[in-house]
Design a protein around this ligand. Sequence first.
Ligand SMILES: [Zn+2]
Ligand SMILES: [Zn+2]
Length: 375
Amino acid sequence: MTKRDYYEILGVDKGAGADDLKKAYRKLAIKFHPDKNPDNPEEAAEKFKEASEAYEVLSDPEKRQRYDRFGHDGMKGAFGAGGFNWSDFHHRGDVDDIFGDIFNAFFGGGGGRRGRGGPGRGRDVAVRYRLSLEEAFTGKVTEISFERLESCDECSGSGAKKGSQPQTCRTCGGQGAVRQSRGFFAIETTCPTCGGSGKVISDPCNACNGQGRVPRKTEVEFTVPPGVDSGMSLRIQSEGEAGPPGGQRGDLIVRFEIEEHEHFAREGADIYHEAHISFPLAALGGEIQVPTLHGEETIKIPHGTPTHKVFKLRGKGMQRSVNGVSFGDQFVRVVVDVPTKLNVRQKELLEEFAELSGAPVKASKGFFQTLKERL
Ligand SMILES: [Zn+2]
Ligand SMILES: [Zn+2]
């Protein structure tokens, strides 16, 4: 069978750039996806492999140059003896989202993220971290204490009693995975006997019951970036549970939760605040001091300010984004307080005020009184 031209396979022209190649390759990945080819999966898989080979060559400048000059003859020796293999492919990440889990079926053990029978990775640990609005505003260096699985000291994480050794698993021959045929795919699944470790323990360690890991309290220092909000989380790499021997640690995921504030309500980057002012101040005008996350601010109250009027303090809110330098606004709603306790003199003055305003309080009859008299 004569080999097809790589450019033709991908459907791009000779001058195609990296973006064009990727776009074309992704299109083919969708076209040859096994879900779309239930009647001829083998053919689709073959074509996808062909496209992957073309993509591998053309996205490598050195290989591409060689191919442009010498064609397929120039590719002899570029791959192993049997030609292009999945283990030669380096761009799995470009189509990972299209294939999801079944990508492993295409790629088998090679080219994947984790080598066959290799040690696994510890699990991620999620913890909640509560902080005040002020702390979320300034950010801070802090410490969090939580429990995670650590490698067992007694057995160095092997799970086998001191002096004994874990045995190679017979089911998978130490590979940690078993191959199963499903349609044309040879799917590798985790070995059910050893759970993927490739080893079985006949004499388990007492300290960890053969688990190789034990729960232990620990403290991790981290930085809260300024501007965080409830529901946001921070991933701290390699601070999660210990993996099996030789394996990587999982990550620590810190989820933020901002406490309710006595004076401020937050909505995204904006802050809402309520300020109480006296009735004379609202009538005569003046100035008030209000707290903001940036410090005290002065607001000029014009005379005749009605209750519930909203004043905007531009740029006095929270960061618009984490670690951001641009800020939201603070909205201040004034509430005019009606005096509830008056001494004699205050009462006199208010009555005088009422009289002068043409709305005397003593002489006037209430609405219902007038209504009654009319009936
Ligand atoms: Zn142990
Ligand atoms: Zn096994």
